[in-house]
Write a protein that binds this ligand. Structure first.
Ligand SMILES: [Zn+2]
Length: 310
């Protein structure tokens, strides 16, 4: 069995996967604040999940993911701002607390791995994961592994300069994230909460701000999908994150935008992008599931599993 822990900005979730990859048990509670509390709370939640399946002795692999700049080889995270963590040796500290070897990864990359696992695509297929949250983040899973690249920046398409005059947190102007993200939507449609985040419905009723915001959001997301497929060759683009709680109406609006673009280009039409996109169902602990599938080179060397299994 595998343990996965997702330390999120507001809550921490732990899952235990069975031998066939099925979720056997989950546990969730608010995240800690500061390095010490983050680890203590993650430890408590992980133990709750493990207690359901017979304790740590039944766990053969463990992983954890966290926002911020993660170095999987070193097992460390820096600048997890929402968790008030400047630096944390997560693999060492959580591993010691649980008595397990723990692999670590960034939360979006871990969610991409979880989405690939849930997709049933098979290890050989390429999947792109797009997180429509406060910001716009993405990652690609190829041959069963997250593509990291130098410094882990592979997939950071939210910071492609796209257009407009909004200065991005990264220092550039007009990044894709300033068009296709929760922050961008609230800037364009401050009434979102008052309308229960029913952007597509409000646009259909003629709310002029919602019409503009929906067009901008869907245009930005459609471009993100196109960039991901063209750059990675992904068979499937799976989306998750806060904005996907808008559900089927938003997904259909994104598909409609992709079809409009395809109608004027035989090349785009041949890619059938509208048929490749999907939303993960709400409530699936995708990042924790991905964390349970994490490995590090050190873990593989230590167990020598591949060698003796063959
Ligand atoms: Zn940027």
């Amino acid at each position: 069995m595998r343990l996965g822990v997702d330390i999120g900005g507001t809550k921490t979730a732990a899952v235990v996967l069975g031998d066939d990859g099925e979720v056997l048990t989950t546990a969730t509670a608010p995240s800690g604040r500061g390095a010490v509390d983050v680890v203590a709370q993650a430890t408590r939640i992980a133990r709750l999940a493990m207690a359901e399946v017979g304790g740590p002795g039944a766990i053969t692999a463990a992983g954890a993911c966290i926002p911020g700049l993660v170095d999987p080889a070193a097992g460390t995270v820096r600048h997890a701002v929402n968790l008030e963590v400047e630096h944390l040796d997560l693999a060492r500290d959580l591993g010691a607390a649980l008595g397990l070897v723990v692999s670590v990864e960034n939360d979006v990359k871990s969610a991409a791995l979880g989405a690939h696992h849930l997709s049933g695509l098979g290890a050989a297929r390429t999947l792109a994961y797009l997180n429509l949250g406060t910001g716009l983040a993405a990652a690609v899973v190829h041959a069963g592994e997250v593509v990291r690249g130098v410094d882990g920046v592979a997939g950071e398409i939210g910071h492609l300069p796209f257009g407009g005059d909004v200065v991005c947190a990264c220092g550039q102007t007009g990044c894709l994230e300033t068009t296709a993200s929760g922050t961008a939507l609230l800037r364009m449609w401050p009434e979102a909460a008052a309308h229960d985040w029913d952007l597509v419905g409000a646009a259909a009723r003629g709310d002029s701000a919602a019409v503009l915001a929906a067009a901008s959001l869907c245009g930005g997301v459609a471009l993100a999908v196109q960039v991901l497929v063209l750059a990675s060759g992904a068979q499937s683009v799976v989306m998750s994150g806060g904005l996907t709680a808008m559900g089927e109406p938003l997904l259909e609006a994104i598909r409609a935008e992709l079809r409009i673009r395809a109608a004027s280009s035989p090349f785009l039409g041949s890619l059938a992008l509208a048929e490749r996109v999907s939303f993960l169902p709400a409530g699936v602990p995708v990042a924790a599931i991905g964390a349970a599938r994490l490995t590090t080179p050190e873990v593989e060397t230590a167990t020598g599993g591949a060698a003796w299994r063959s």
